[in-house]
Design a protein around this ligand. Structure first.
Ligand code: LMR
Length: 394
């Protein structure tokens, strides 16, 4: 039976994570997988999460099913966080997803059912998992240009040209904030222009919101998703609590559908539930419940927001330190973009041979397209990292 199978391609991010774990060299540097790291190179459990978990443990009386839509209060709290009452509740339906990826999986399948073989336009470059997620749902993947490799900024003219040419049968996948992998993000004025185009063409937006709060704060990071949700008749949002709550392995996410009216929203909800039941039946609840407890409690919420701010500020500081160190050593502003980008990632624009050399010779790990996770920059070794980067590209 198995002889008919060919070896499948594994996601390069997790292949690299395993390679890093297996590397015995001391002093290795992990700029690979997108997980937050504290100064001790640990991915910590947030203190608000620990407290919520303790409360859940103390109060738990059952492990019975929640139902196919999952933890409704968690979904409601996330809608509130992401959209802040900007959209009429009767048009919104949610189901929990197994993480942001699970939410994307559900929403992509809804798209695949609504428009079998339909075109979905994804940013070039993008998070590698967007592509199999879309293909597995039977969608036809197309790209819109996003990044200018020379300036390391958004190539907005090229992007908007393609977006302006979409039609009402097309879907566009937008990164809500903290673009992965580039770190280059749309300004509010550029979001406005994108939305103006979507209103004109009728193209359907799906927003991937995996890093809310990691860029410039919750409100600033939510600008784009709120602009989209309040401007077009229908859209979908995939929310992830993996990064901003540090709940990676707990798989907490929400698939949000906004329809033109309540009746249509009910139909979409039935489709989302049908997809969950026919794939994983129910979604995991632990992470969802942790987030619900935090967001519904004034003190825990304030504690979480303070921790989120600390993580964001640390990533910003690391960006500035690395950009400064490279500028001082090279006497050029070529890497200043690292400090101008926001979120967890920056695409350095290094050739793959340089990325491989850094891994083999210096035990510095980054994704082969030269994406770095800025949270992995060791604050006490920034100078050494800058030296090694510059030596590798010379
Ligand atoms: C990443 O891009 O590294 C993270 O989002 C982890 C993942 O699931 O790929």
């Amino acid at each position: 039976m198995f002889e008919t199978l060919k070896k499948a391609t594994l996601d390069k991010i997790f292949v690299l994570m395993a390679e890093y774990a297996a590397d015995p060299r001391t002093g290795k540097i992990d700029l690979g997988v997108g997980v937050y790291k504290d100064p001790g190179n640990n991915t910590p459990i947030m203190s608000a999460v620990k407290k919520a978990e303790q409360r859940i443990l103390d109060g738990a009386r059952t492990k019975t099913y929640k139902g196919v839509v999952g933890n409704k209060e968690f979904s409601a709290a996330i809608v509130d966080l992401a959209l802040a009452n900007t959209v009429e509740a009767s048009r919104i339906r949610c189901v929990n997803g197994a993480g942001g990826t699970g939410a994307l999986m559900i929403l992509m399948h809804v798209l695949g059912r609504a428009r079998p073989g339909g075109r979905i336009f994804i940013s070039d470059p993008t998070w590698p998992n967007h592509i199999p997620l879309a293909e597995n749902a039977g969608l036809e993947v197309h790209y819109y240009p996003y990044f200018d490799p020379r300036s390391r900024a958004v190539d907005f003219d090229a992007m908007i040209k393609v977006i302006d040419g979409l039609n009402s049968n097309d879907t566009i996948l937008l990164h809500g904030c903290c673009h992965n992998p580039t770190g280059a993000n749309l300004t509010p004025a550029q979001w406005d222009r994108v939305v103006e185009s979507l209103r004109r063409t009728g193209a359907f937006p799906l927003v991937d919101l995996a890093y809310l709060g990691f860029g410039d704060g919750i409100e600033a990071d939510a600008y784009g998703v709120r602009k989209v949700a309040t401007s077009v008749p229908e859209c979908m949002i995939a929310f992830s609590a993996s990064k901003n709550f540090g709940l990676y392995r707990e798989r907490a996410g929400v698939a949000i559908a906004i329809a033109r009216d309540s009746e249509t929203a009910d139909v979409v909800s039935s489709q989302m539930q049908n997809i969950i039941r026919g794939t994983i039946s129910q979604t995991p609840d632990h992470g969802a419940e942790v987030v619900r407890v935090i967001l519904e409690d004034k003190d825990l919420r304030a504690e979480w927001e303070a921790e989120l701010t600390e993580m964001r500020e640390r990533m910003k500081r690391l960006r500035v330190k690395l950009a400064d160190a490279i500028r001082q050593r090279s006497n050029s502003k070529d890497f200043d973009f690292i400090a101008q980008h926001s979120g967890m990632f920056s695409l350095l624009g290094l050739p793959e041979a340089v990325v491989t050399k850094l891994k083999l010779d210096d035990a510095i790990y980054m994704i082969n397209d030269s994406r770095i996770n800025v949270a992995g920059i060791p604050e006490d070794r920034v100078g050494e990292l800058a030296d090694k980067l510059l030596a590798a590209i010379r």
